[in-house]
Ligand binder design. Sequence first.
Ligand code: HEM
Length: 395
Amino acid sequence: MSGTETASASLFTPEFFQDPHSVQAALRAEAPAREVVTPHGHRVWVVSRYAEAKAVLADPTVRKNRASSGAATAPDGAPDLSRHMLSMDPPDHTRLRRLVTRAFTIRRIELMRPRIEEITADLLGRLSPGDKVDLLDVFAFPLPITVISELLGVEQEDRAEFRRYSNALISDSGPEEAQATVSWMAAYFTEMVAAKRADPGEDLLSALIETSEDSDRLSEQELVSMAFLLLVAGHETTVNLIGNGVLALLTAPEQLERLKADLSLLHAAVEELLRFRSPVNMSTFRFTTEPVVLGEVTVPAGSTVLVGLGAANRDDDHCEQAERLDVTRPPSGHLAFGHGIHHCLGAPLARLEGEIAFRSLLTTYPDMRLAMPASDLRWRASVPIHGLVELPVVL
Ligand code: HEM
């Protein structure tokens, strides 16, 4: 790829989804940020170098709340799932994050460890060496959805339907499908909050409802939006930490052997896999309220910005030979979980799930291999998420 036009024009095309990293390398070489047009015709600035990406994420003048940019919000009465912390700025963000942090404690996550190990062993125990399976279908999807569903208190029988809608939400679906999905999810979570209110349990949603009954309350709409955010953010991403990570290891056999020979590297390896094939390739939208200077580029006030987390994580100015997977690399502050006040709230849970998943896979199925050439694998057509459609392997 050569020239400004080509690299920018390739963003969000089918070729980009198949291989975002080479397009992003070209973008990074050209400029710290570029204005491009999305498939839906929106003009956005994409930031692709590490230092500038980090700066934008920490800049208090770059806002999350769409209303602050003068753009339209959901009309009155329409289902609205956007009253969650990832679409808010201080002081609203501070308040919501504080309330959820009180319920979603490190202790609650650590208590999940034996249960995550059990779910993992159960899923892998249903399979045998030599089986040919889609690893996403039999393992990478059910693990995180089961964990986050149990944490929140979602019923087992609702999970398949939930997967379908959740998938539609992050894929490149049209506005009608998106609206139908939001309506379904809003109705689903409204019912769930009502059910937990009537019959509280030990789950996180019940804890969030209780938190709301202190002097500072989470409104009904905030609870529904929070449940939605946790469930979607909690599984669409972790699925791809496992899927992308397994693929990265299977296509770098010497790295895989190194890790299998010394599982004490696992903690650092999970960070390296997050850096190398970041499940959230681009941040959610942000809006500039003042001109933002990024190296030689100035993003004007009133612009929409996407931070290229996956692009930033492969910037050689951030870590040496960044396009190379190295499971022994000491963690160096990748942006896979974002940065600043919206840094991923679920990062400790995602890391715990990742470590348990990789350890169990590598010890239970040490001879696992790809069942088709890596170049034939298909990737999802999603702007925020970098993840496979399926991952056929022989165990
Ligand atoms: C925010 C990545 C797992 C809950 C974020 C952001 C990223 C991210 C990049 C910031 C987005 C932005 O600033 O535009 C990931 C990755 C995961 C993961 C790569 C797995 C490997 C989880 C899990 C949960 C979760 C398991 C919950 C159980 C959240 C929440 C926020 C968030 C609530 C919003 C925080 C805020 O606005 O203050 N995540 N996430 N994430 N994530 Fe995660």
